[in-house]
Structure formats: structure tokens, C-alpha cells
Design a protein around this ligand. Structure first.
Ligand SMILES: *Cc1c(COP(=O)(O)O)cnc(C)c1O
Length: 341
């Protein structure tokens, strides 16, 4: 398909309407066959479950062009599985995992002109989501749902190199123990908006959330998991039931062990220990890893030895290895690269 006339290198991270999206509706206990549509709007009851009680979950993944010219996605099976567990937690009927993959493929193929070329740094961001669509006034799950997948081209996350960011320890909580922190639901983001704007107003890039029960242990930021590197080169990442199981983080842990031969610990990380780490990064689909240079805890600064100019050396190795695998420069573990065309 002919590429759209887009200045790929200067795209930001904002919504651009593309040609087609996928829609399937759930009614009378079953999902319909689903279809691609040009209609970028959603028409639902003013009393829809999603509007009244936030019954909605989502996923985020990207399609991109590899060096040898294929359009691929990265581990979409894990997005399918995670959407299933998110849906179950909010009493939303599961959209079958094989149909999830198929719908993503359909949307990418129908919008192939929007998939950025190799080397541009840009990607096609794909957003599958589902929501309660019929009227619900008493508090209960909806009876009808819509599953949709749209995509939008987004620019390179790091323009002009990955500059380390400064984050603060946040006084607000992100997720309760045994709550919904481990699912990808809009409700987890709604309640983080005040905290992130408050952080920005105070001059910080992001919030570090601590565990809500004790406020002693590191959890995650609003939209990315933490990876730390110890001074003796071990990779350490928080273990908690209230963080979102990032596919990027799980992939980086595998890369650290199997490709780089590093020791990896997934465990509770007391905030007290953070000052002793050598490197810190945030992992998620958008950036893969964003380096953190400084963490501020109510005026006390933790400055990582990696500094404010560049990624730490091990963070960089992890970043380069995983992006090399994604782009087809380094051989991928079986099943990680899903070729669409
Ligand atoms: C989506 C998300 C992440 C990152 O997950 P990836 O699968 O790596 O993109 C991390 N934390 C939260 C809260 C998220 O919603």
C-alpha cells in the first residue's frame, strides 16, 4: 500500500485519524462477527455503563517496519492475554484471544499506508479497547459491549536522544492492594491525572508511586514499570500484585538473563534501597526504556551515577538489545515477532 504523505520524523504522540478501525458488538451473550469501518465515532446511550461506571479496559501495542521490510507487531499474544484478564476483573465478556490477534492484523493491513518506514523511529500505535455500551443506571455490569481497535501513527519517543528524566515520590496512591492496579483499565488513569499534573506543575516529569498499604516499597509510575541496576550489575524490578504486568518489562527481564547473562531479581524493593542503585529506567511500549536520572523524595535528591546526560551502560545495553530484537537486527526468541505482511 502506498505510504501516506506524513513527516514521520516529526510526528508527536497525538491522535491522527486513520482510514479503518475494527468494531465488534456483544449482545444477547455473544460477540458478532466484527467488521472494519471508516466511521471513527462511537454512538452509545447517554447512560452507557462506560460513561456512568467506567466499565472499560484497553491495550496498547505497536506495529512497525523491520529492516527487511516486513510490517510486524511485538508479542501481541501477551496483549491478548492481558486484555482477557483485565476484562474478567471488570465483568466484561472476554473477546477471544485469537480474534484479538486477527482484529489487530486487519486494522494494520487496512492502514498499512500509515505504518512508518524502517529507520524513521516512528511507529503505528494500536489501541484495542472494550466498554459497556448499553444503559446502566443501577450499579451493575452492562449487558452489551463494544470491542474496537483503532491505530494512529506516533513519532519517535526520544527526539534527539534519550535524556534522563527527573521523577518525584508521589503522595497520592495509584492502586490499592487487591485493587485494580494489575489490570489495564481507564479507571487507573483517571485517578492518576491530578497527580501527574501536580507533578508537572512542581517541575517533575513523572511520579513514583509507593505501595499504598505501607508506603515503603516501590511500585511503578502512572504508565511504566521500574527497572533498576545495582552497583554490581544486577537487574532488579519490583514484585507486587498491584503493578501492571508490563510486556516490555517482562521482555527486558528475559533479555537481561538470556541475551546479556545478567542476574535478575524480581522482588519487593524498599524505597530505602533506591539510593544504592546505579541506574534506573521506566519500561513500557512507547519508549521501551526511559532513563531516570534523579528521584526526589520531599526535597531529598537521589542522583544516579549514570547522570542526567545519558542512559546508564546496562540500561543502554538492555535498550539496544530489545530494540535490536524488535527491529529484526538481532535474532528474536520464538514467537516474539508477529509478521503481518
Ligand atoms: C501499559 C502500562 C505499562 C506498560 O506496559 P507495556 O506492556 O510494557 O506497554 C506499565 N504500567 C501501566 C500502569 C500501564 O498501564
Amino acid at each position: 500500500m502506498e505510504k501516506k504523505n506524513i513527516d514521520w520524523g516529526n510526528l508527536g504522540f497525538s491522535y491522527i485519524q486513520t482510514d479503518k478501525r475494527y468494531v465488534s458488538n456483544y449482545k444477547d451473550g455473544a460477540w458478532d462477527e466484527g467488521t472494519l469501518t471508516s466511521d471513527a465515532t462511537v454512538q452509545i446511550s447517554e447512560c452507557a455503563g462506560v460513561l456512568q461506571y467506567a466499565q472499560t479496559v484497553f491495550e496498547g501495542l505497536k506495529a512497525y517496519t523491520t529492516e527487511d521490510g516486513h510490517i510486524v507487531t511485538f508479542r501481541p499474544d501477551l496483549n491478548a492475554a492481558r486484555l482477557e484478564s483485565s476484562a474478567k476483573r471488570l465483568e466484561i465478556p472476554v473477546f477471544p484471544q485469537d480474534r484479538f490477534i486477527e482484529s489487530v492484523e486487519q486494522v494494520v493491513r487496512a492502514n498499512a499506508g500509515y505504518v512508518p518506514p524502517f529507520g524513521s523511529g516512528a511507529t503505528l500505535y494500536i489501541r484495542p479497547y472494550m466498554f459497556g455500551s448499553n444503559a446502566v443506571i443501577g450499579v451493575k455490569p452492562a449487558d452489551e459491549y463494544q470491542y474496537r481497535v483503532f491505530c494512529t501513527p506516533v513519532g519517535p519517543y526520544f527526539k534527539g536522544g534519550a535524556k534522563p528524566i527527573t521523577i518525584r515520590v508521589c503522595d497520592y496512591d495509584r492502586a490499592a492492594p487487591h485493587g485494580t492496579g494489575n489490570i489495564k483499565a481507564g479507571l487507573n488513569y483517571a485517578m492518576s491525572l491530578y497527580a501527574i499534573m501536580d507533578a508537572h506543575r512542581a517541575g517533575f516529569d513523572e511520579n513514583m508511586y509507593l505501595d499504598a498499604a505501607t508506603r515503603k516499597n516501590v511500585e511503578e509510575t502512572g504508565g511504566a514499570n521500574f527497572l533498576f541496576v545495582t552497583k554490581d550489575g544486577k537487574v532488579v524490578t519490583p514484585k507486587s500484585n498491584s503493578i501492571l504486568p508490563s510486556i516490555t518489562r517482562r521482555s527486558l527481564v528475559y533479555v537481561a538473563k538470556e541475551y546479556l547473562g545478567l542476574e535478575v531479581e524480581e522482588r519487593v524493593i524498599p524505597f530505602e534501597e533506591v539510593k544504592d542503585f546505579a541506574e534506573c529506567g521506566l519500561c513500557g511500549t512507547a519508549a521501551v526504556i526511559s532513563p531516570v536520572g534523579k528521584i526526589v523524595d520531599h526535597g531529598n535528591e537521589i542522583c544516579f551515577p549514570s547522570g542526567m546526560e545519558d542512559m546508564g551502560p546496562i540500561t543502554r545495553k538492555l535498550y539496544e538489545t530489545l530494540t535490536g530484537i524488535q527491529m529484526g537486527k538481532i535474532e528474536a526468541p520464538k514467537g516474539w515477532i508477529h509478521v503481518i505482511e
